[in-house]
Ligand binder design. Structure first.
Ligand code: NAP
Length: 253
């Protein structure tokens, strides 16, 4: 990734679920734009590897193990960030689960709970822990999905949790104003591990590419560029918004 802008110099950024895929690309982009970044995910090995990769690119980075539905690990993530850097300027809530392709009416209660807990509730609880450390001019970014607008089969209940994030963005933007802006990115389809079940199927992948006006899937760098814009002062008058980054795939007016 060649990045020339240095819009995040002096900022401290936490990105959840950031040892691969979209979260890693966001952490990398933020770091290359000058931020100190704190990467995290469930597995120590993945955290160590992500830290190593980012350090090799000259990024100031700290790694913390954090399963977003573990209260102690969420607290650790915030505490270690504040101990090391003194404050927080940017929080990206990126973790999500999509444990099943079952229809909503066939879904076990435990799966419904997991979807709500990881995709929505953990974001709220993390921000409760982070709120008192956020400085004036800080920025929160939630990662929703194009499925939040079109909860198609196999992504239906996951999509509904992502719709909830659109509302959460609006509600938090009001509650955290005027010192903190809260925005959201709704990615289209990006070939990551998370989306393997869609993008590795040749026919399905072609259909998804065709749905996009730009005739391709998204890249993790496309998502990172949008997040970096929203986190930066270039977006200083934008709050409560969702940016759809899906190459023109139908979403909303
Ligand atoms: P990914 O490439 O599969 O990466 C997932 C990352 O999350 C890994 O670093 C993983 O590391 C970590 N992780 C998984 N569960 C976690 C948990 N409970 N707590 C903390 N970390 C966790 O996924 P992705 O495609 O980048 O997805 C990132 C976000 O983009 C999600 O919110 C997803 O809904 C959204 N999104 C993706 C697409 C797409 O097409 N890919 C489209 C729209 C929206 P560990 O295994 O070490 O935990």
């Amino acid at each position: 990734m060649e990045v020339k802008a240095r819009r995040l110099e002096g900022k401290v950024a936490i990105v959840t679920a950031s040892t691969q895929g979209i979260g890693f690309a966001i952490a990398e982009r933020f770091g290359l734009e000058g931020a100190s970044v704190v990467v995290s995910s469930r597995k120590q090995k993945n955290v160590d590897e992500a830290v190593r990769k980012l350090q090799s690119k000259g990024v100031e980075v700290t790694g913390v193990v954090c399963h977003v539905s573990n209260p102690q690990q969420r607290k650790d993530l915030i505490d270690k960030t504040v101990q090391k850097y003194g404050h927080i300027d940017i929080v990206v809530s990126n973790a999500a689960a999509n444990p099943t392709v079952d229809g909503i009416l066939d879904m076990k209660e435990s799966v419904l709970d997991k979807l709500w807990e990881i995709n929505v509730k953990a974001t709220i609880l993390l921000l409760q822990d982070a709120a008192s450390h956020l400085r004036k001019g800080s920025s929160v970014i939630l990662i929703s999905s194009i499925a939040g607008y079109h909860p198609q089969a196999s992504l239906a209940m996951y999509g509904v949790t992502k719709t909830a994030l659109l509302g959460l963005t609006k509600a938090l933007a009001a509650e955290m104003s005027p010192d903190t802006r809260v925005n959201c990115v709704a990615p289209g389809f990006v070939p990551t591990h998370f989306a393997d079940f869609l993008t590795k199927d040749e026919t399905l992948r072609k259909t998804l590419e065709e749905q996009s006006l730009l005739k391709r899937l998204g890249t993790t760098e496309d998502m990172a560029a949008a997040a970096a814009f929203l986190a930066s002062d270039d977006a200083s008058y934008i709050s409560g918004e969702t940016l759809v980054v899906a190459g023109g795939t139908p979403s909303r007016l």
